[in-house]
Design a protein. Structure first.
Length: 587
């Protein structure tokens, strides 16, 4: 029998034993209902009870969707979404299923299921029926905001948020709903959760309906709980409560501005306490940085009253020190990868070759990273580790300053390139170069001849390129890149000009100036001409703050004797590659 052709009625629903099945759910939430309904639907289908199986399967789907409370037209999202596929959404309902839901809505004895069915019918029906909205609102008000079970509390919060939004949107009376939430808020006793703070965020949605009496009930409880958390040295949760109280003062009590800034001072102290308590220094610096920004948020007229300048001086000192110590901590983390085989292979690429064969082998000892392949790897990682794909990565200079904050994809790309550069330098370039110098002597005349015969070296730049490459063979990579970086910039500019790309900017006074290498490397035409792999490596080496930013650091004197020279060596090698591999521009 085709279960899709079976017509269901109210009697079938009453015989489905859905309430008994609910008792099997270890947690009383729609999500868990969905799991037990689906499991029982399968059992009933295997037993040949097609009607019961169809009803339970439908209830499983209805309960599976998660709610976006403040959406009028599309408030539901699927339980899972993966690679273009998803689980059930209300728009998937067939006409006969909608008719069946209309038959059972008022008979449904579980308010959680009833709220879902009523809200779905209110949303998907072409002509909205106010009856379904009223049933949904009535069911939402039955959720328990004082439950001690966190997952049930989270569902109750969303239910009331949905009820508040719908009530305000359709301009229905709000007083009884507000009274219910305030009553639940007053019943809350101190515990180690953030439930009180989360319920205060729910209450703030009532906006203009919050009276002064209710206002002080809320902020006094938030501050009271925050003080207990501070006494217990749980500064993180305490700060959540203080920030919530401050939000209330900011939103509802503009005539009590002093109180708002007093709370900010407490927040600053808590953030400093959090920084002081962290063993890992870069974590500590995160809290010091947040405290500094909170100091800056206090208006000038209050800074003296709260001694903010002294606090700032102390925080800046702690922030810098923790960053410096954090960088030192990070530098002690070493890789356990054995690259001895890689080193041996690259030495053998040079061994027993003529000088011309050896220098060509040296120039091609490393392959450029495949940028598109890295993008593909990141996209795969997003599906496997979705949380990691949301983390913002922060970077610090060796003096303790934070110099970059990158989105997940940019951070992933920068990390891949940094690993590539350093591994290739240690495992490929240096071993090959050392073997080359054991077997061959390189002088300026030899390099001059190579540069003259390279299609990428302009005739009036041969001597400069020769000097830059020569210092690399002498091990003076710092000197080498000082010479070669401007030549790379000139080379790119020349190449773009030859392909009719404008490389200058005309200002309002009619003065024409050359674009910086930052702008040149971002020209879309350049990717077409030299390939995205080379463009991205040049960006990572020369202009991106992470991993190297060599042009900026060298130009502004930010490198010193302790600067990691892997970037210098790789850039020198890349210039050698450009010279010896004449076909590089056609890749």
């Amino acid at each position: 029998m085709n279960k899709n052709n079976i017509e269901l009625n109210l009697g079938d629903f009453k015989k489905s034993n859905y309430m008994e099945i609910i008792e099997l759910s270890s947690l009383k939430t729609c999500l868990f209902y969905s799991l037990v309904f689906a499991e029982n639907a399968q059992k009933e289908e295997e037993a040949g009870n097609i009607k019961k199986a169809k009803i339970l399967s439908l209830l499983a789907k209805i309960c599976s969707v998660s709610i976006k409370p403040q959406s009028m037209n599309d408030p539901y999202s699927p339980m899972f979404k993966f690679k273009g596929k998803r689980t059930f959404l209300p728009d998937d309902l067939e006409i006969d299923e909608i008719i069946f839901l209309e038959k059972i809505i008022e008979e449904c004895k579980d308010y959680r299921i009833q709220s879902k069915i009523a809200d779905i019918l209110w949303i998907i029906k072409k002509h909205r029926n106010i009856k379904y909205l009223e049933i949904a609102l009535s069911a939402y008000k039955k959720f328990d905001l004082n439950t001690k079970i966190s997952i049930e509390f989270a569902e109750a919060l969303k239910a009331y948020e949905r009820a508040i939004y719908l009530t305000l949107k359709v301009k229905k009376p709000i007083d009884d709903l507000l009274e219910l939430v305030v009553e639940s808020f007053e019943k809350l006793e101190f515990d180690k959760t953030a439930n009180c703070k989360r319920m205060s965020s729910l209450l703030i949605l009532f906006g203009k309906y919050i009276t002064k009496e209710i206002f002080y009930k809320i902020v006094n409880k938030l501050e009271k709980f925050a003080l207990i958390f501070i006494e217990n040295q749980d500064f993180s949760i305490a700060n959540d409560y203080l920030m919530s109280a401050r939000e209330w003062y900011h939103k509802f009590q503009h005539d009590d501005e002093d109180k708002e800034h007093e709370l900010t001072v407490k927040i600053i102290q808590n953030l400093e306490n959090l920084g002081d308590s962290k063993l890992y220094n870069l974590t500590a610096s995160h809290f010091y940085n947040r405290a500094i920004w909170e100091c800056h948020s206090i208006p000038a007229k209050y800074k003296g009253k709260f001694c903010i300048q002294n606090k700032l001086n102390n925080l800046y000192l702690k922030y810098t020190q923790s960053n410096q110590l954090g960088i030192a901590e990070s530098s002690r983390i070493y890789s356990n990868i054995d690259i001895s085989e890689l080193i041996e292979n690259n030495i053998n690429k040079i061994k027993n070759k003529s000088i011309n064969e050896a220098i060509l082998a040296l120039g091609t000892v490393v392959s450029l990273l495949n940028y598109n392949k890295i993008k593909l790897q990141f996209n795969k990682a997003k599906y496997m580790f979705p949380l990691c794909s949301t983390i913002i990565q922060k970077y610090y200079f060796n003096d303790g300053r934070m110099i970059a904050s990158k989105e997940p994809f940019d951070a992933y790309i920068a990390s891949e390139y940094k690993i590539h550069f350093e591994l290739m330098v240690e495992g490929c370039i240096i071993p090959a170069l050392e073997q080359f110098l054991i077997e061959h002597r390189v002088n300026r005349e030899y390099l001059l001849d190579i540069c003259k015969n390279s299609s990428i070296v302009l005739p009036n730049r041969v001597n400069i390129w020769t000097e830059g490459l020569y210092f690399g063979f002498e091990g003076e990579f710092f000197t080498s890149v000082h010479i070669l970086i401007p030549q790379i910039e000139h080379l790119i500019r020349t190449f773009l000009k030859q392909n009719y790309v404008k490389t200058t900017i005309l200002d309002e006074h009619g003065i024409e100036s050359e674009k910086s290498i930052n702008s040149l490397l971002k020209e879309e035409k350049l990717i077409e001409l030299i390939g995205i792999n080379l463009v991205e490596e040049l960006k990572m080496l020369l202009i991106n703050q992470i991993p190297y930013n060599l042009r900026n650091d060298i130009s502004h004197g930010l490198v010193d004797d302790d600067t990691n020279n892997a970037g210098f060596i790789y850039l020198w090698w890349l210039c050698l590659r450009l010279v010896v591999v004449n076909s590089v521009w056609s890749t």
